[in-house]
Design a protein around this ligand. Structure first.
Ligand SMILES: CC(C)(COP(=O)(O)OP(=O)(O)OC[C@H]1O[C@@H](n2cnc3c(N)ncnc32)[C@H](O)[C@@H]1OP(=O)(O)O)[C@@H](O)C(=O)NCCC(=O)NCCS
Length: 203
């Protein structure tokens, strides 16, 4: 099967999030069900939509669709983040603090566990700080293939798209792998540098 990559447009955010949700929904003990125990409700969708819309204004983010190049059908989604300049550790910690403050100001939304989200974000930030130390990098934030389209190469197409840009920019790539994603990443040259352990959970 041949694939094509198209950038997500603002009016496609809902479709992008639905693919993300459907891909993760079938994974046992998946993170989405911990972060969003209420399911893919209107409230959850609105929250996800707003978050995605906020990041769209930042040119460092690339939200993409992987499509069947013949039928144009959407098969997978990915989100890449390209940090093209080194940051000082002070800038890293200021950025973390800003995100922490925004999370603290978040009004509760039924069906969303902000305690788990905070624990997860803190664990991610700690790992990134220790491993990358502010250095420029390409980060694969999301890779998700619709269940019916899996094992046909769509995930690899979304991965390779970002790896090629990372190569063009001369930057290393970084990601946090799920158990399901691990074989694909290993196949494409990633090696394990750390494990994000038990989530610190707060309610
Ligand atoms: C991980 C995921 C994105 C892979 O997408 P995909 O489109 O199926 O991936 P590909 O078809 O490009 O797979 C390429 C290779 O990855 C490995 N792979 C993919 N799915 C696998 C599975 N279920 N078990 C073992 N290896 C798997 C294989 O090496 C595969 O090559 P092969 O089919 O020639 O053996 C998809 O399974 C998914 O969306 N999972 C749920 C969400 C998730 O965990 N995302 C990753 C977050 S880091």
């Amino acid at each position: 099967m041949a694939f094509e990559i198209t950038p997500m447009k603002e009016d496609e955010i809902g479709v992008w999030n639905k693919v993300y949700w459907e891909a993760f929904a079938l994974v046992e003990d998946n993170l989405s069900s911990l972060l969003y125990p209420g399911g893919f409700t209107e409230c959850t969708q609105a929250f996800m939509r707003n978050n995605t819309r906020d990041s769209l204004s930042d040119p460092s983010f690339s939200y993409i669709f992987v499509r069947d190049s013949g039928t144009k059908e959407i098969l997978a989604v990915a989100c890449w983040y390209f940090q093209t300049e080194d940051m000082s550790m002070q800038e890293v910690s200021d950025k973390e603090e800003k995100a922490r403050k925004e999370r603290a100001e978040q009004e509760p939304i039924p069906g969303i566990n902000f305690g788990v989200i905070a624990g997860f974000r803190e664990a991610q930030a700690k790992s990134k700080r220790e491993i990358l130390a502010g250095k420029r990098h390409a980060l694969l934030k999301v890779l998700a293939t619709l269940p019916a389209a899996q094992r046909k190469g769509a995930g690899a197409a979304g991965l390779v798209w970002g790896l090629q840009r990372a190569d063009e920019l001369g930057m290393p790539a970084y990601l946090e792998a799920s158990g399901m994603g691990r074989p694909l990443y290993v196949k494409h040259g990633f090696s394990e540098v750390s494990t994000i352990g038990q989530l610190e959970m707060r309610i």
